[in-house]
Design a protein around this ligand. Structure first.
Ligand SMILES: Nc1ncnc2c1ncn2[C@@H]1O[C@H](COP(=O)(O)OP(=O)(O)OP(=O)(O)O)[C@@H](O)[C@H]1O
Ligand SMILES: [Mg+2]
Length: 310
């Protein structure tokens, strides 16, 4: 379990002061996958650096499995990958890095486990090439594999898909989530990648300007905002017509993808308005391929929650 009790952290530089974390209190249970969201500079990295004992909070206490991180060595409890940092040794190969990180935590050798992680993270072809010669994606995979192999109950990943292409990022998301579920680890992820949030999280924490503005399950967060969305999929030859109708009815809407131009997202107040809008569309002899109410689209939800609180 991870517990923050009234944690604050301020950075002071000459005359300027930045309060990066403001009196944070929360708990994360063993086995939970928690995603921390927030704008650039919201305090996400500072929060997890405090958890990993890289930064010492000015106030408050942090506990990992009931051990106060400032008074105990909690290195064995937590493995981490930080954004843009050299988390692994660039002059060693993926195999050597995996061996180093495993032995650093466990002391003994375990070549079978190294092979297992090389396979899971599809590093076979590059396992004996030095890390500095690998692509950004391969380096990131190696870093995450090194975090997993340490077999700590808590894994912290700061923007694990940063800089990866879409396909690679999706693959990485799946790897992280599958491995996390298989090993029962607590995972704390910071990200700007909404696909990762959608596919993985048990709970979402939204940080803004060093404060937690929400920390809850996605469906419960969805109940906090009043806006629902009616998603309408339509064959693209009818799109112009539909756009005209929505426009003249004064409803707020967006087109999900301008290239395909076949999906509209219309803001509605409640279910009765869904019936109203659907009736209007049918009366104009437009028959969509599908209509659904969606108030848990994570990207919309996140933006709505951020705007609601500020
Ligand atoms: N070592 C440091 N020295 C001084 N100020 C810092 C330091 N680290 C972070 N800060 C400041 O603390 C605030 C929070 O930064 P942090 O890196 O935690 O944000 P973040 O949410 O991780 O942002 P991003 O999404 O850009 O990674 C920012 O105003 C940042 O400038
Ligand atoms: Mg950060």
């Amino acid at each position: 379990m991870v517990e923050f009790k009234n944690v604050s952290k301020t950075f002071k530089k000459k005359k300027t002061k930045v309060q990066a974390l403001k009196n944070l209190t929360f708990k994360i249970e063993q086995g939970e996958i928690v995603t921390i969201l927030g704008r650039n500079g919201a305090g996400k990295t500072t929060l997890i650096k405090c958890l990993c004992n890289i930064f010492i909070p000015d106030e408050g206490e942090i506990y990992i499995n009931d051990l106060n991180t400032c008074k105990n060595n909690t290195n064995k409890e937590i493995a981490s990958v930080f954004e843009g940092a050299r988390n692994i040794y660039w002059t060693l190969t993926p195999s050597e890095n995996l061996e180093f990180f495993y032995r650093m935590k466990k002391g003994k050798k375990n070549p079978d486990l190294i092979d297992k992680y090389i396979k899971i993270f599809e590093l076979e072809e590059k396992k004996n090439s030095i890390v500095s010669s690998l692509s950004r994606g391969m380096q990131q995979k190696t870093a995450i594999a090194c975090a997993f192999i340490q077999d700590c109950p808590i894994l912290v990943l700061d923007e694990p898909t940063l800089g990866l292409d879409i396909e690679f990022a999706a693959k990485m998301n799946k790897l992280i989530i599958d491995t996390a579920k298989e090993t029962g680890k607590t995972i704390i992820i910071t990200t700007h990648d909404m696909n990762l949030v959608n596919s993985s999280s048990d709970r979402i924490m939204i940080l803004n300007d060093g404060e937690i503005i929400e920390f809850d399950y996605i469906d419960r967060l969805a109940n906090l905002i009043e806006t629902n969305y009616l998603k309408i999929k339509i064959s693209s030859e009818n799109s112009l017509n539909l756009e005209r109708i929505i426009n003249t009815s004064g409803l707020q809407f967006s087109i999900v993808n301008y290239n395909t131009y076949d999906e509209f997202q219309i803001e509605i107040k409640d279910i009765s308005q869904m019936v109203e809008v659907s009736t209007l569309i049918f009366s104009e002899k437009i028959y969509p391929n599908s209509i659904s109410v969606n108030n848990t689209d994570i990207e919309n939800l996140y933006i709505a929650l951020l705007n609601k609180k500020i």
